[in-house]
Write a protein that binds this ligand. Structure first.
Ligand SMILES: N[C@@H](CCC(=O)N[C@@H](CS)C(=O)NCC(=O)O)C(=O)O
Length: 211
C-alpha cells in the first residue's frame, strides 16, 4: 500500500494512526501542501478533490480518511477500530464525524487561504475563526464523552476510529493555541492515546520538516 500524505495534515495523520494500530506496512508518499503539490499533476490527476490523504492498495485508489480507515478495518479486522454493536459503531462514527465533518473542514488550508486572500480577512481574525470552531467543536465532543461507554479511550478501553480522528485535531488545537482547559475528558483520552506508539510515532513532529 502507498499513502499520499503530508506530515502536518491531520486527515493524513488519522490514517497513519490506523495503519500503525493494525501493524500494516505502507509506503508514505509526501505531497507538500504549502508548495501546492496537491493542486497539480501528478497528485491532482489521482485525486480530483486535491486533498490528502489518498491510499493506493493494488488497483484501488481510496479517498476520504474516514472511508479509508473503515476500508482498512474491513480488510484487516484486527484490532477492530469499529467494535461493538450497531449502536456502539454509530457512537464511534458520530464522534469521528464531530471532528471530521464539523470542525476540520472549516479550518482546512484552502478555506483559510480563501478567507485571507479572497475575503481579505486579517491574520488575527483568521486565528479567531480557527479558535472559535475548534474550541466550540471540541466542547461538543467533551459533552458527548460524558457517557458510560467512554472508557480509557473515546469508546471503551481500546482505540477506535474516534480516537484516530480526535487526536490529530488536538494536535491542531495545540498548534493554534486553542483553549483546552474546558476539555478534561477529551484531554485525558488524548493523553492516553499519545502514550501508545501508534499515535506517537506517526504524529507530525515525528517526521522531518520537508526541505
Ligand atoms: N474530509 C477529508 C479532508 C481532507 C483534507 O482536507 N485534507 C487537507 C489536509 S488535512 C488537504 O489536503 N488540504 C489541502 C488544501 O486545503 O489545499 C478527509 O477526511 O480525507
Amino acid at each position: 500500500m502507498q499513502l499520499y500524505n503530508y506530515f502536518r495534515s491531520s486527515a493524513s495523520y488519522r490514517v497513519r494512526i490506523a495503519l500503525a494500530l493494525k501493524g500494516l506496512d505502507c509506503e508514505l508518499l509526501p505531497v507538500h501542501l504549502l508548495r501546492n503539490e496537491q493542486l497539480a499533476a501528478p497528485f491532482a490527476a489521482l485525486a480530483p478533490s486535491k486533498l490528502v490523504p489518498l491510499l493506493v492498495d493494488d488497483d484501488q485508489q481510496l479517498a476520504q480518511s474516514m472511508a479509508i480507515i473503515e476500508y482498512l478495518d474491513e480488510t484487516h479486522p484486527e484490532p477492530a477500530l469499529l467494535p461493538g454493536d450497531a449502536a456502539a459503531r454509530a457512537r464511534i462514527r458520530a464522534l469521528a464525524q464531530d471532528v471530521g465533518c464539523e470542525i476540520h473542514p472549516l479550518n482546512n488550508l484552502r478555506v483559510l487561504r480563501y478567507l485571507v486572500h479572497e475575503l481579505k480577512v486579517s491574520e488575527e481574525d483568521k486565528t479567531r475563526w480557527i479558535r472559535h470552531w475548534v474550541e466550540t467543536g471540541l466542547e461538543a465532543i467533551e459533552h458527548r464523552l460524558q457517557h458510560p461507554s467512554t472508557g480509557r479511550f473515546c469508546h471503551g478501553d481500546t482505540p477506535t476510529l474516534a480516537d484516530c480522528v480526535l487526536v490529530p485535531q488536538i494536535h491542531n488545537a495545540q498548534r493554534f493555541q486553542c483553549r483546552t482547559d474546558h476539555l478534561p475528558t477529551v484531554m485525558r483520552v488524548f493523553e492516553a492515546c499519545m502514550r501508545l506508539d501508534a499515535f506517537s510515532t506517526t504524529q507530525p513532529s515525528a517526521y522531518p520538516e520537508p526541505a
